[in-house]
Write a protein that binds this ligand. Structure first.
Ligand code: PMP
Length: 368
């Protein structure tokens, strides 16, 4: 195993460096005042200080369940397991499926691939196309692995979102082979036009749907969850209990307090979507103007813009040069099982301001 390139680069850079590398939400959009009020109220509750149950506090599980149900995916609190970020959700699942074969998208989320390696899962990559995974290749692989890890909404790193047809087809294939889908969806609320239907909603007995408050509220609370069939969830409890007994109670009660006002949360989500949509547009425009040789699709949501130069440009070498000029991004090879250098780049556009975006792209161009 190797450390995550992204975490290493975040440690290496200084204040002056323009970073398009980490998947950091915009700090300006953290609802600090509302969270402060929620925290003070939550701290008055004596239960906040005590050990809690392993699957998470009832209030929060009910709130999460009710959001699923409203979206047409019937869910109760018994379908929800609170985890320490969705990163832990993945760890629990990887432990549960230790040593198994798994179908993943290529490119895929670096943090998941590292967890799979750590738990000796054998990864089989299937090419991601502009409207989702290549379905034929997916079926060929899934037939063998019977387990898949997909990020169908504004994927990290590629920003790809599956079209409705591919969502249907994937669900059919998972059912046909009676396999399991792990659907990781921390970006689903960050849509610029419309919210997509979770593939898991068509597969309630054959899926684990992962969510998180890291991208919609604040990542430091470290609260995520797994939505699954009650029986399936029970089998994960032993792993969750062994890891940390339960996720931080203080974070959970603060969140439950904050989420009591649903309209306020909705307004907050809309504010993020509007801000990120503007930044995604600006980033894309500046790329087209300053570095047109970098081909990309304008994101429809999420936090990333992904694209590629022509074959022959090694973006892993490029980022080493850019680091000297104080601008960084993540080279595409990091998102592949076999990290052979390639011409792709993932840019995070949510954390920088307009001035930094323009300056950063100009600096990259000068290193090219
Ligand atoms: N899944 C994906 C696809 C992600 O991009 C991330 C964060 N980078 C996570 C899971 C983990 O998020 P968290 O643990 O903060 O919920």
């Amino acid at each position: 195993m190797k450390r995550s390139f992204i975490r290493e680069i975040l440690e290496a850079i200084d204040e002056e460096t323009i970073s398009f590398a980490g998947g950091l939400p915009s700090e300006k959009l953290f609802p600090r005042d509302d969270l402060k009020v929620a925290t003070l109220t939550a701290l008055d509750n004596p239960k906040i200080y005590q050990y809690g149950i392993s699957n998470g506090i009832n209030e929060l599980r009910e709130q999460i369940a009710s959001r699923y149900t409203k979206e047409g995916f019937p869910t109760t609190k018994d379908n929800i397991l609170i985890t320490t970020g969705s990163q832990q959700a993945m760890y629990i699942l990887a432990k549960f499926f230790e040593n198994k074969d798994i179908t993943i998208e290529e490119p895929s989320y670096l943090g998941a691939m590292n967890i799979f390696r750590l738990n000796h899962l054998n990864m089989f990559g299937v090419k991601l196309e502009d409207d989702g995974i290549n379905v034929e290749e997916f079926e060929k692989s899934f037939k063998e692995t019977k387990l898949a890890y997909l990020i169908p909404d504004f994927q990290n790193p590629s920003a790809t979102t599956y079209c409705d047809e591919k969502r249907e087809e994937i669900a059919k294939i998972v059912k046909k082979y009676d396999g399991i889908l792990i659907e990781d969806s921390p970006y689903s609320e960050l849509f610029f036009d419309k919210k997509n239907i979770a593939i898991s909603s068509k597969l309630p007995k054959n899926s684990f749907h992962l969510g998180s408050f890291s991208k919609t509220l604040v990542p430091s609370l470290r609260i995520g969850w797994i939505r699954a069939d009650e029986e399936l969830l029970k089998s994960l409890m032993i792993i969750k209990e062994s890891i940390d007994l339960h996720s931080c109670g203080i974070s959970q009660y603060i969140l439950a307090e904050y989420l009591k006002d649903e309209e306020k949360y909705e307004r907050h989500l809309q504010e993020i979507r509007d801000d990120y949509a503007k930044k995604a547009n600006y980033f894309s425009e500046q790329l087209n103007k300053i570095m047109p040789e970098f081909k990309h699709q304008k994101p429809k949501g999420g936090m990333f813009l992904y694209g590629s130069f022509e074959e022959g440009i090694d973006t892993f070498a490029l980022v080493q040069e850019c680091l000297k000029k104080k601008v960084v991004f993540v080279p595409g090879n990091q998102f592949y099982i076999d990290k052979v250098p390639n011409p792709e780049i993932r840019f995070n556009y949510t954390h920088s301001n307009f001035e930094q975006i323009e300056k950063g792209i100009k600096l990259i161009k000068s290193c090219l």
